[in-house]
Ligand binder design. Structure first.
Ligand code: AHG
Ligand code: MN
Ligand code: MN
Length: 357
């Protein structure tokens, strides 16, 4: 049945041939894929195994953990800790880095992950995912938190699994973005979409508009123009989507284009940014760039951000090039003041015409 099909392992061996870490990286990817298959099986059971609902505990970011957040984290750790490629892991669900236990051999790599992304969807049987990123530690010494604080450009591999109608694994090793579909009969991830390319243009945007009152003016301007459609400055009608799972949004964009935004400005004033740099924004930015798209905060390329903290959050705007470039331009025009019509100081004092868009 597998003749003519390329499995994830075969693909990784071929792409990494000649890489000094080929053997370790292929083994590590196969451990991550095993964990993903286990999480897929658990998620697909729905309420049958009593795994739905909240635990009532909080993660490193003060968010209430779902049972499946914690179980998925344990599955990732237990699948990847023993085979000798890693010296540490970090996750959304662990406050501090996880050191590989004494009894296991250690390797030079670091695994960073969001074990269950979009977990607010889990109890309503909507799409969720797992996001991961592989970094080089340079030695097999137990890493400090600072070892994980590498810019996204340093990632050796990045990927996600989407637990949708089909379970898919999307991967980049720095040579394009490729998509594998889980064949539940053989248990293999089979290459089904090689070298994904995001169209530069799109008429589909994704943003949580319930946060609109907190957005910065450049994002408010762009979304307003999308909604004005053919009668506004963009000159064409747009569609809007919001799945509340970044994995599902990014997957749609990789398949048919679009722009996804989780910009600065949320309902929690103490945490103006939503998505986490190391295990959400960076791996997704690498996948998007490798497919010809762009990923930015609006003011900086995501992959160039020097991380300062393990659970650091950043604004995220990613997807089809032309639209992401437009949003970057709106930020520049706002920051330099050229999007603002001339207003006499007299009027400004009276608070008239001071809106930016
Ligand atoms: P997580 O479930 O890992 O905490 O991540 C959820 C993230 C992301 O996937 C999604 O884009 C966003 O949160 C959804 O946010 P809203 O609740 O504002 O829709
Ligand atoms: Mn997430
Ligand atoms: Mn999560």
């Amino acid at each position: 049945m597998l003749s003519g099909r390329t499995t994830l392992t075969k693909f990784a061996v071929e792409q990494l041939r000649g890489h000094p870490g080929q053997h370790d990286l292929v083994t590590l990817l196969s451990k991550v894929a095993s964990a993903i298959k286990t999480i897929a099986a658990m998620v697909s059971k729905g309420a049958l195994d009593g795994n739905l609902g909240s635990l009532g505990t909080e993660n490193a970011l003060g968010e209430i953990q779902k049972k499946l957040d914690v179980v998925s984290n344990e599955v990732m750790v237990s699948n990847c800790e023993w085979s000798g490629q890693l010296c540490g892991m970090a996750s959304e669900e662990m406050v501090s880095p996880y050191a590989i236990p004494q009894q296991y051999p250690k390797g030079e790599y670091l695994l960073v992950f969001d074990p269950l992304d979009g977990s607010s969807n889990i109890d309503i049987n909507m799409s969720v995912g797992t996001i991961f990123s592989i970094l080089h530690n340079g030695s097999n010494e137990t890493p400090a938190e600072s070892n994980f604080l590498q810019a996204g450009t340093q990632q050796l591999a990045a990927g996600y699994a989407l637990y949708g109608p089909a379970t898919m694994l999307v991967l980049t090793l720095g040579q394009g973005t490729h998509c594998f579909t889980l064949d539940r009969d053989s248990g293999n991830f089979v290459l089904t979409h090689r070298n994904l390319k995001i169209p530069a243009q799109t008429s589909e945007f994704a943003i949580n508009t319930s946060n609109a009152r907190f957005w910065e003016p450049p994002v408010a301007r762009y979304v307003k123009e999308c909604k004005e459609g053919a009668s506004g400055p963009l000159g064409r009608d747009f569609n809007m989507r919001w799945i509340a799972s970044m994995v599902a949004e990014v997957h749609r964009i990789l398949m048919r284009g679009g722009i996804f935004m989780y910009p600065r400005g949320g309902k929690d004033a103490a945490q103006p940014d939503r998505l986490r740099l190391l295990y959400e924004a960076n791996p997704m930015a690498m996948l998007i760039e490798q497919a010809g798209g762009m990923a930015t905060t609006g003011r900086q390329r995501i992959l160039d951000i020097p991380p300062e903290q393990l659970h650091q959050r950043v604004p995220v705007i990613l997807g089809s090039r032309d639209e992401v470039k437009r949003v970057i331009r709106y930020h520049t025009e706002h920051d330099t003041g050229i999007d603002r019509p001339f207003v006499s100081p007299l009027f400004q004092e009276r608070s008239l015409f001071t809106q930016d868009c």
